[in-house]
Design a protein around this ligand. Structure first.
Ligand code: V55
Ligand code: FE
Length: 488
């Protein structure tokens, strides 16, 4: 018998109660109209634990990866959801119990899974070289069939992957289709080694550059421009000794700066420079570009540790309401000799899960799309309870060239998951298209997929696609145009 999940915030409420659903729904109900020109698949992944945690509690980031596919064609959407059949999920199903301990601490796992991959494959999903890759930053990718969502297995790029790990936030070069990616803790748990790779669209490794960071710490997202690679080293350090004693993989360090390691894309890594900013929490990359030796990285920053589950050494975590957060433009002057960064706000509001028009990835650009939090907007706390972790009540469009913003607030029960931007046509101007994302209705315990016109977000959805079940909070996903899947 599977016991119930714990009643903690990590496993309860409309956003975090595990969904554990696998299956298919043909032709979802739609309110409004889906434009025929939207042709392709929205793939995304949620941490969704198969079993209640072995240790009695666990964090959101440790759930088993479950992939959703929303396939758009001729104004219709078919839905499919399947777990990534990771080694750890297979072992759990065989023993009908969780066998894994703390997040990214294999020393706390059941001895029966000691030699298996620890990956949950739960953070992002991309299409590369005809394969769907489910990513977790502590491990190599898992490859899946993009049509059936069947798991093929761990993928080491046909033996070319020399790193123990692979990022969940790779980029694509918009001109070549090359996969631009990295691994940190690349020589094993808590090592300070970082490797940068470029893999062409035929799966051939074109570039491999190794560097060593000042210390082992989380590098969750990164940025690549035409000429540079930027690694944000967060003040969340890893320590092998602590892990061996059964402690957490990461610990927040209030005394450390935010570091940014910058190297030339075509160099050998010996030119790496570490820029620094005061202690804070670097978020996800909206986009980045370089121009005449200056590098511009658009990335939100929070004033302190938002990962309450990775506290500092004395156990302290700041109450979330004491933290402030903004989208920032970080400017690095490669012609300078110092290590200072110019940091200037792009928004006045807290936002995360930023997306841009991927056809402009790493290039000068204008349009950003985020989910945002406006604490002054109404929320039905009486019936829903307090706002959960990662609660965002608005969708927002940011024009990074003018600072102009447009927002859409749904109502007092709704919150958004990370959206994607889908161009209206392959040759449409930048930002002309649709913003598509999941919206959780916390009071109704329901989930809808919404489509908005990217240039008219404030008008609200042009289509609301109804799911006949509630989906759990997810992380990242991507759009794959229909012709790319056929070609695969
Ligand atoms: C993040 C998420 C992760 C992880 C490390 O959002 C960082 C940041 C879902 O797992 O393993
Ligand atoms: Fe992420």
């Amino acid at each position: 018998m599977t016991p119930p999940f714990p009643k903690t915030a990590e496993f309860s409420g409309s956003l975090y109660t595990p969904a554990r659903f696998e299956g298919e729904v043909y032709d979802l109900e739609v309110e409004g109209r889906i434009p025929d020109e939207i042709d392709g698949t929205f793939f995304q992944v949620a941490p969704d634990p198969q079993y209640p945690p072995m240790l009695g509690e666990d964090i959101f980031f440790n759930g088993d990866g479950a992939i959703s596919a929303f396939r758009f064609k001729n104004g219709h959407v078919d839905f499919q959801r399947r777990y990534v059949m990771t080694e750890r999920l297979k072992a759990q199903r065989a023993s009908r119990a969780s066998l894994h301990g703390l997040y990214r601490n294999p020393f706390t796992n059941d001895p029966s899974v000691r030699d298996l991959s620890n990956s949950t494959a739960n953070t992002n999903v991309i299409l590369h070289h005809g394969k769907l890759l489910a990513l977790k930053e502590d491990s190599p990718p898992y490859a899946l069939d993009p049509v059936t969502l069947e798991t093929i297995g761990l993928y080491d790029f046909d033996g070319q992957l020399t790193s123990a790990t692979f990022t969940a936030h790779p980029k694509f070069d918009p001109e070549t289709g090359d996969l631009l990616c990295f691994g940190y803790e690349a020589k094993g748990e808590a090592t300070p080694d970082i490797v940068y790779y470029e893999v062409d669209r035929h799966g051939r490794m074109k570039r491999e550059v190794w560097i060593v960071a000042p210390y082992a710490a989380m590098i969750h997202d990164f940025a690549v421009t035409e000429n540079y690679v930027i690694f944000p080293l967060m003040p969340l350090t890893a320590d092998l000794g602590r892990m061996k004693q059964g402690g957490k993989h990461f610990q927040w360090q209030p005394g450390l700066d935010q570091l940014f390691g910058i190297l030339r894309r075509d160099g050998d890594g010996r030119d790496v420079r570490w820029f620094k900013a005061p202690n804070g929490f670097q978020g996800h990359t909206l986009n980045a570009f370089d121009d005449s030796g200056k590098i511009y990285v658009d990335m939100p920053v929070t004033s302190g540790n938002i990962f309450y589950f990775f506290p500092q050494a004395d156990g302290v975590v700041p109450p979330p309401e004491t933290l402030s957060s903004q989208m920032m433009r970080w400017t690095f002057d490669m012609n300078s000799h110092g290590n200072a960064i110019e940091v200037k706000p792009l928004t006045g509001f807290a936002c995360e899960f930023p997306r841009s028009d991927d056809r402009y990835s790493g290039r000068q650009y204008r349009h950003g799309f985020v989910i945002a939090m406006d604490p002054t907007k109404p929320f039905d706390e009486e019936r829903i309870g307090p706002r959960p972790f990662q609660f965002f009540n608005q969708l927002a469009h940011i024009d990074v060239t003018t600072g102009g913003t447009a927002t859409w607030f749904a109502d007092d029960q709704s919150c958004f998951q990370e959206p994607i931007f889908v161009p209206r046509r392959p040759d449409a101007p930048e930002g002309d298209g649709y913003v598509i994302g999941l919206c959780n209705r916390l009071r109704e315990r329901a989930t809808d997929l919404l489509i908005l016109d990217a240039q008219h977000l404030a008008d609200g959805p042009i289509a609301t696609i109804k799911l006949p079940m509630r989906l759990r909070m997810s992380l990242h996903g991507n759009w794959v145009p229909g012709d790319r899947l056929k070609a695969a």
